[in-house]
Design a binder for this molecule. Sequence first.
Ligand code: UDX
Length: 475
Amino acid sequence: MMENPNPNPNPNQNQNQARRRLVCRSVVLVPCPFQGHVSPMLELGSVLHSKGFSITIAHCEEINPPNPSNHPDFAFLPFRLSGDDHQDIFSGGVEALFTSLNARSESPLKECLAHHLKMMPDQKEGRISCIVVYDALMYTGEAAATQLKLPSLILRTSDASALLAYGAMARLQAAGYSDNFPDSKLRDPVPQLHPLRFKDLPTSKHQTLESLVRMVSLVCIKRTSSAIIWNTLDWLEQPAMAKLQQQDQIPFFSVGPLFKLAVPRCPTNLMEEDAGCISWLDKQNPQSVLYISFGSLDFIDERELAEMATGLANSGQPFLWAIRPGSVLGSQWIEPLPPGFVEEIGERGRIVKWAPQREVLAHSAIGGFWSHCGWNSTLESISEGVPLMCSPRFGDQKVSARYISYVWKVGLELETEVMDRKEIERVIRRLMVDKEGKEIRERAAALKEKVELSIKAGGSSYNALNALTEFILSL
Ligand code: UDX
């Protein structure tokens, strides 16, 4: 357990804290079982554990279960989803996936939580034995907590600006917009949502606007939860935070980037990392390599793969490309790469199945990150001062890309709506070679410094974490 770096000099306050610590020092975390959600939840667990809380992870056994041996400090409460075949969860769209996941977790989660409570030592009438922190997408965590009379807190794993944009989708639907915003409107500003344009709205070609609005009504509300924990930084998203705070009227704790606060590093990767790429990076010049990854969920088609590969080859720039097996539609891995591509690239490029991304981004050879702008990737990149090349694919990624390129000015967006080799080559040169790229890199370095200050004693995320600790103890 980490020592308290800032011992309280006031003895009365110390006594009060000690009394309260007897009340509730146990936290049950309910992650949503996908990489971009599991990581921040496990990191939150690690951070709260360093503050003296006991941590239990309640998770479904069937989808991406965490590996307990990676987390000897945590207890695990696995539960089986109700129903027979869990694969049918994936057979519908996004909305069906999350409604089914929540519905099928509801009674098993409640049962295993009830059992957990019975097993807890020192049960006393009127005493809160534990609190539940659930991922906003696993809203059944709140239902289970309420039924067991436990307080609950929400962890929001994506950016506040995206949440605000999701919240506006019902208004746009009521104003008569349907699934596809007309091409002529795509670059127009969205009323009351500066700086977003219609093309930046968190829609997806895989989901109708109607279905998105229904989903928003399930995952963007606070229900009976006592507070919201954000994996972001207060000052980074101040305008969105202020608006959401007005709406929600419960305490907010912006404790991001959680991966930076979780020290020592918490192993959260669900896939095996190819560590060999680090020794390849060791041989490259400083800030010369472009790292490419589109996260843990996205798919590209063969045409997109070919355009990306050709753009990379023609740019002449060294690159490290993480391509998840199965992420090129219809292929096992990278079979559809253009003939001769691997030979032509030779030692100038390296392709891996899954990279140790945080280590990669912290490596001095990395000069840019071509990303889909998932919120974890965005936070990881800005925390390491790596400028971004943005290819958002769906949802919150489009909002993050707008903030990266237009508000924080630490990246460039590809201008074409479809992958195009010429545009790719042009943007790689702008970012990695041109004077414009140098200026973007300087701004990214300045942003990194601000993030570093925020997690040190007295910084915004450091203070928010202490406030969160006090808040939980006061429940
Ligand atoms: C999903 C959604 O797609 C995203 O829009 C949302 O913001 C979070 O949930 P994902 O697409 O996986 O996330 O992207 P991202 O949020 O960037 O998370 C990916 C994680 O996987 C990152 O923490 C990254 O470090 C890790 N990663 C990715 C690796 O460690 N190695 C890789 O090769 C690729």
